[in-house]
Structure formats: C-alpha cells, structure tokens
Design a binder for this molecule. Structure first.
Ligand code: SF4
Length: 390
C-alpha cells in the first residue's frame, strides 16, 4: 500500500502521542534565507559562541545534509522549571546550581530516542525513506526549524516559546526526503514586552532576538579558560548555564511540566554542594554528572565556577581547600581562580597563602590572579577601616 502525504502526517502525529512527544510540527526543507543573512551579520559582529557549526550554508540549507530533503519534522519535549524540594545553601554548605536545561538525563539522548521512534514509524510506511536526525549539535538551527514548523515563535530572548510550555522545551528534528504537508508558522510574538532584554545582567541581548554569545553568561559558564573579571561577580553560584532571560519571561509564568520522567531533577545533582566538587576525580565526575547535558565540557569549567561561587558566598570554611588548590592543582585556571576567590574571601590564612604564592608561582596568568587576589584583600581592608571596623 502506498501512503498518501496526509495519511503519513496523521500517522506520525499519532506516533508522537504514543512516544510521549509534547509537540510535533512539519516544515518544508527549503533553505532558511532570512536566517542565512542574520547569521552572516552575526559573524561579522563577532557574536558567535564558537560552539556552532562553522559552515553557514550547512546551517541554513537542509539539502546540504540530505540532498533530496523535502520535509523537516520538528519535535518539542517539555522540561520542568521548578524543583519540588530544593536543598538550601547554608554557611559552610553552600551550593551551586545547574540551569534547567541540564536537569535530568541529557536531552540529546532523550530526544534522539524519541526521534528514532518516529523514524521507525516513518520507515514502516515508506521503507525507502532517507532520514537524518538532529538534536542541538546538528547543523540546522533547531529554533528556526521549530518556528517554521509551527511549534512556537522565537522570542526576543532568542528562545523558542510555545503556547503551552513557554520556553521550557527541548527541540529536535528529523530531515527526510518524504513529502509531508507543512504546518503554518505561529504568528504570536512578544509584543511590546522587553523584560528579558532589560533583565540581562551583561547586555548580551543586544537587540530583540539578537544575542552576543560572547557576553552571554550561559556561554561564559562553559568556557575552559579564566572567566573574564567583569563577569566574576555576576555569575554568582551558577555552575552551568544561566536562566535569567527565561525566568523573567511572562510566557513562562506558572509553567512547570514534570510529566517527562527523564527530565525530573535529582536535587543533589542539580544543586550540588560546592566544596566536594573541588576534589572530585574525573571518574567520580563522570559517574555523578556524566549523564547530564551540563557535563559536556568536562570537569574543569564546573570546578572553576564552583570556586567562583565560593568566592561569591565568601565561604570562610573553604579557605583551606582553596589554599590547597592554589598550591597543588596542576591546572593554572584552577590555581588562579582559587587565588581570586581567596582574595574575595579574605582573612589572615588567605593573605599568607597569596603572599607565599607570589614567591613560588611561575605561571604568569596565575601570578596575575594572585596579584588581583591581594588587591581585593587590600580593598576589603580599606573599606573595613572606612567603616571604623579596623
Ligand atoms: Fe518576549 Fe518578553 Fe519573553 Fe522577552 S521576556 S522573550 S520580550 S515575552
């Protein structure tokens, strides 16, 4: 029996329900012309993160991935925005936090499984169909595809916003050479609202829908080098990702869907104690965090951010551990960040350790951080004296 395009679409919509997929939409596989222009401007302005596919043609033309492509099937899965019983930070037991898109099992795996289910159903109907599955790391822009497929619209914060689940959704897609009638893009939008642009602490949303990824704290939490000094105070206790532009969005108000079991957060994993993170072996890290999306850059950025968070909390109980890192860790980024945090926290032990490091440290980047730490101590001492406490 030869399946008609409308019937294939109906069957896939049913399969999506059976597979516990929250939204499915269909788009033509024509090139994304408008997006190409936008990406070129974006590159010229230096706003790329460096994590994206370099070939802009590949990012905007589905036929570069699958030459006979006719349709892109887009899906969305909702993820929770709230923890039911989050553990609290308390003195000596401060905690860091992973962004919501990293709660539960790595969404790349979960969405791929769901898309494999759809592919199976499509192949039952059209055995000769060619299919290519993509989740986030594929060449295409998941958001542009989802918008064209009627899943939602791209908000001024650059997130894809759905009517039912707000922007708390993961996106994935499958390109196929089977023709399936396309859906109509959503016409709703942000209107006059600019809350996300106003709330962004670094001004990374340079214009509605335009993000300078280099200034975005979500991106900065994933870098492996020293975090630029201008971001160290505002990063707070974020270990991975940054949700502010989604948290302030009125379209996300009171939205918290927990029906996708894989995405339910383990509070001890998504809000872990900071100090134990600093002494974790690679093996322990992989065992504990390896199935989370937020572990993809490895242990170092998470540890660097944990040290910054201890500085942010001015956690005096962490001073011995930070001194140990400053003296013994083989990674300059970790030694240097520990020096900065010691300067931030202060106290005689921190000062002694920084002065000692001034004589023993050889790495110029770490020495710069040691000097910065000593300067922070001096500033702190001055303001202490001004307040008449010295
Ligand atoms: Fe749009 Fe307002 Fe949400 Fe920003 S906060 S994405 S402007 S609705």
């Amino acid at each position: 029996m030869k399946w008609q395009p409308e019937a294939i679409k109906r069957e896939l919509i049913q399969a999506a329900k059976d597979l516990n997929i929250d939204k499915i939409g269909f788009a033509s596989a024509d090139p994304f012309e408008e997006l190409r222009e936008r990406l070129l401007r974006h590159r010229e302005l230096g706003y790329e993160s460096g994590f994206e596919e370099l070939d802009i043609e590949k990012r905007t033309d589905p036929r570069k991935t699958l030459p006979e492509a006719k349709t892109i099937i887009a899906i969305a899965l909702a993820y929770p925005s709230k923890m039911s019983d989050p553990p609290r930070s308390e003195p000596g037991k401060y905690r860091g936090v992973f962004c919501r898109a990293s709660w539960g099992e790595d969404y790349h795996r979960v969405l791929r499984r769901r898309l494999e289910g759809l592919k199976k159903r499509l192949l039952e109907m059209v055995p000769e169909a060619a299919c290519e599955i993509m989740v986030d790391t594929g060449a295409l822009s998941d958001r542009a595809v989802a918008e064209r497929a009627g899943i939602g619209w791209i908000g001024k914060n650059t997130a894809l916003i759905t009517e039912e689940f707000g922007s708390w959704v993961y996106l994935g897609e499958m390109i196929t050479d089977v023709y399936i009638p396309p859906d109509t893009p959503v016409t709703e939008g942000c209107g006059d609202c600019t809350l996300c642009i106003d709330a962004c602490p670094t001004g990374a949303l340079v214009a509605p829908g335009q993000l300078n990824a280099q200034a975005c704290l979500a991106y900065q939490t994933q870098t492996k080098g020293f975090l630029s000094p201008e971001y160290r105070d505002i990063i707070g206790n974020h270990l991975y990702g940054f949700d502010t532009c989604q948290l302030v969005c009125p379209k996300n108000r009171k939205i918290n869907f927990t029906h996708q079991e894989e995405f339910r957060p383990d509070p001890e994993k998504v809000k872990p104690l900071l100090q134990p993170l600093l002494t974790m072996s690679n093996r322990e890290f992989r065992k504990r965090f390896g199935n989370m999306a937020g572990s993809w850059r490895g242990k170092k950025p998470i540890q660097r951010n944990a040290i910054l968070a201890l500085g942010h909390f001015r956690d005096h109980t962490s001073v011995p551990l930070l001194i140990q890192l400053l003296q013994e860790d083989p990674r300059p980024v970790i030694r240097g960040t520990a020096a900065w945090a010691l300067g931030k926290i202060g106290g005689p032990e921190a000062e002694d350790a920084l002065r000692q490091a001034r004589d023993t440290e050889n790495d110029p980047d770490v020495l710069r951080e040691v000097d910065e730490g000593l300067m922070l101590l001096k500033e702190d001492q001055r303001s202490h004296n001004r307040r008449g406490l010295g």
